[in-house]
Structure formats: structure tokens, C-alpha cells
Design a protein around this ligand. Structure first.
Ligand code: GLA
Length: 399
């Protein structure tokens, strides 16, 4: 496991003081994890079902109020230090990670909250652009910190909405609610079954009985730009427009596979929206089957549903990549692997696989070199420990 928290809160505080200087105002520390989605991909913005869990990697934020209408953002991961005044925080900052906190600040301002300056140091160990929600982790940790420091008393769900809107309205990615929700509400040892339409969720104990969840990073940097993702959102909207009059559905996540089978003719030559709708209705059915399978300890069935999910994302939703397909193929060739699929938005990034804990080492030793041989890339492997959601960290608490 290569990504652990490299820096203790004490060490980060030193770096904070070094970058921004000391002051009498207290520095507060917060942490939000990344997430891995076990099944239910690309269903969230259609009001469908998802089944993610928090991970033990995440983003630590050290933050201090300044009261001088100046905003400074820095990160231990990148060199940049941005200094903005009040008039600049409502505009995007190039194509930079700072847009995630800025988007959150913008949402607070839109809700009538007066902001008067912060110094912020971020330190993250979620690999960027890998489908593990590094951006939601930054957004949620920022929203949570502002809520505490400004005593705005917004609910955790409201902070999730703020963070999703930051991504939708400021960054321009029309994502659903899954990432921000998972990062906020994660519970150690659990995955959550979330209905993205009602936002009802249920924490399901991840009793893995000798199995491990392994995330493998293709290290093919995700070529996901907002436009590829937003394109899928529009294709799903088109499918809904075609289906709504005949079926009475008001959001695509409601669509059952049998309803689609009955109304396929509505798509005439519009095969792309048909494929997208097929994925959405099947994927929701898979989540509905996967969660009881897990609860009944039928991990074989859970793994098969993971496999079917990947195949559908590859063939019907078309968000996989050669590197992801290669990694999934190699994983499935290992006789003890129960299931393997891409996780997150795809177009590169990570896979998630389920296998016996005793086989993790041979898995890494076989799949790693075979993947390099096939693609010229080096994969990273992480064993996932489902971790807690966003929280305050006092300097003496170990992460
Ligand atoms: C990204 C988005 C999520 C979700 C996934 C795909 O992570 O931010 O809202 O749509 O892709 O399941």
C-alpha cells in the first residue's frame, strides 16, 4: 500500500506556520476521505442506486480565519500558493484544484454567509484523477471546516449539496451526488446503499469474511474532461425524454429493465441513448441484487455482479479504456478473483477487485508485471479499509 498519510498533524502545522506565518488565531484541522464505489456506476445523476464506501486515504485541511478579506490556498502536493482578495474568490482560478475550495466558498456566499478571509493548507493522499473522489474530498473538507469556523450550523446533507453544487456550477462538471455524499457520510467497516433520488441511505456492514477489496490504479491518467462526462449526462436526459411519455417515469433511475425491453422501439435509430438507458436500468438492478447478496454472505454472486457492471460500462455506457479493460481482464484471469470492475468515472483511473486476502500478494505479483508487459504502465495496488467520513482532527489525534 503506497498511499498512507505521510505527514502527522503536528508536522502539517509546522508547514502551515512556515507558509502563512504565525498569528494568535487558532489553526483548525479537518479530514475527509476519498471513496471507492463497489457497484452502481453512473447511476447517481439519474436518481439511481449506488454502493460506495469511504477509504482511509483522504484530504487533511489546516485552516485559520484571517478577518482581512484575503484568501490564501496552498497544498503540500503542489507548489502553487494562491493569494486572492474578496473580489477574486467568485471567479474560477484557471484549470486548477483551487476551483474546488473556491466553488465551496461561492456556495456559502450565495447562501448569504459573509466570508472575511482564510488561510488554507491542504494535504492529500488520494491519487488525483483516479476515480477515488479526490475532488469531493477537498470540497467536503472545505465545506465542513467553513461550517464549523463560521458557526453556520448547516446539516451534513446541506454541506453535501453545497459541495455538489460547487462541482456543478463552479467547476462545470454535472456530477451526481454520490461522491460528496459518500465522503461526508462514510462509516468505518461499512459501505452505504444510497438512493440518489431520495438520498435515503443505509449503512451495510462490509463483512468480507477473509476477502479483501483491492483498488488498482492503471496510472493511465484519466482523460476525463467535464465534456465527456457531461455528454453522458445529456445522453441519459435524451433517453428519459424518449421514455417518459410511454412509461410515466420522471427520472431515468426509475426505469426497470422490463420497461425498457417493452419500449425499445421508441429509440428508432437513436441507439446511443438506448444503450445508455440499458446500462442504467441494468446497473440499478445489479445494485438491488448485490447488496442482499453481500448481506447473505454470497460473495460469489456479488463478484459476478461486479463483473457484469464492468462489461456494461465498457460496452453499453462506453466509459472504460484499454488500460482499464486490460487490468480487469488480467484480474479475472486469476482463478481466485471473485469480481473486478472499473470504479468511478472511468476513462482511466482505477479498478476495484474482490479476492481472498491470502491471495493479495500473489495477485499483485502476477497482475502487476503482466499489466506492465501489456501496456508499458505500472499499476499501484491499495488494500481498502472502509473508513469514516469527514471529521475534525485535533493536532494530537493520529489519522
Ligand atoms: C464521478 C462523478 C459521480 C458519479 C461517478 C460515476 O465520480 O463525480 O457523481 O457519476 O463519476 O459513477
Amino acid at each position: 500500500m503506497s498511499h498512507t498519510i505521510e505527514q502527522s498533524p503536528e508536522r502539517l502545522l509546522e508547514r502551515f506556520n512556515h507558509k502563512f506565518g504565525r498569528s494568535d488565531e487558532a489553526v483548525s484541522t479537518f479530514f475527509a476521505p476519498g471513496r471507492v464505489n463497489l457497484i452502481g456506476e453512473y447511476t447517481d445523476f439519474t436518481g439511481g442506486l449506488v454502493f460506495p464506501c469511504g477509504i482511509n486515504q483522504g484530504t487533511t485541511l489546516l485552516i485559520r480565519r484571517t478577518y482581512n478579506n484575503q484568501y490564501r490556498f496552498s497544498s503540500t502536493n503542489f507548489d502553487l500558493m494562491a493569494q486572492l482578495d474578496q473580489s477574486e474568490i467568485s471567479q474560477t482560478y484557471g484549470d486548477n484544484w483551487i476551483n474546488y475550495p473556491l466553488g465551496v466558498l461561492d456556495q456559502f456566499t450565495r447562501r448569504g454567509v459573509t466570508l472575511d478571509g482564510f488561510d488554507c493548507l491542504y494535504s492529500g493522499n488520494v491519487p488525483n484523477g483516479a476515480g477515488l473522489s479526490s475532488s469531493a474530498s477537498i470540497e467536503i473538507v472545505t465545506a465542513y471546516a467553513l461550517n464549523q469556523l463560521l458557526k453556520t450550523e448547516l446539516s451534513l446533507l446541506e454541506l453535501v449539496r453545497i459541495s455538489q453544487s460547487a462541482e456543478n456550477d463552479f467547476v462545470g462538471m454535472q456530477c451526481g451526488i454520490m461522491d460528496q455524499f459518500a465522503v461526508a457520510f462514510a462509516q468505518a467497516g461499512h459501505a452505504m446503499m444510497l438512493d440518489c433520488h431520495t438520498v435515503e441511505h443505509r449503512q451495510v456492514p462490509l463483512n468480507l469474511n477473509g476477502l479483501s477489496i483491492i483498488v488498482t490504479n492503471t496510472n493511465q491518467r484519466r482523460e476525463l474532461n467535464e465534456s465527456a462526462y457531461n455528454h453522458r449526462v445529456r445522453e441519459c436526459q435524451r433517453a428519459l425524454e424518449l421514455l417518459a411519455p410511454a412509461t410515466g417515469i420522471t427520472y431515468l433511475g426509475q426505469l426497470l429493465p422490463e420497461q425498457l425491453a417493452e419500449h425499445e422501439d421508441l429509440f428508432a435509430n437513436d441507439t446511443v441513448p438506448l444503450q445508455r438507458a440499458q446500462h442504467i436500468s441494468d446497473e440499478n438492478a445489479r445494485v438491488r441484487a448485490a447488496v442482499p447478496a453481500l448481506e447473505a454472505g454470497n460473495m460469489q454472486a456479488f463478484g459476478e455482479l461486479m463483473n457484469a457492471s464492468h462489461d456494461s460500462l465498457r460496452d453499453l455506457f462506453e466509459v472504460s479504456s484499454d488500460a482499464l479493460n486490460q487490468l480487469v481482464k488480467l484480474a479475472r484471469e486469476q482463478s481466485t478473483v471473485l469480481g473486478s470492475r472499473l470504479t468511478g468515472a472511468g476513462f482511466g483511473g482505477c479498478t476495484v477487485s474482490l479476492l481472498p486476502s491470502t491471495d493479495v500478494e500473489p495477485f499483485i505479483n502476477t497482475v502487476g508485471p503482466a499489466y506492465t508487459k501489456a501496456t508499458g504502465l505500472t499499476a499501484d495496488f491499495y488494500t481498502i479499509q472502509p473508513g469514516d467520513g469527514v471529521r475534525s482532527i485535533s493536532p494530537d489525534t493520529s489519522l
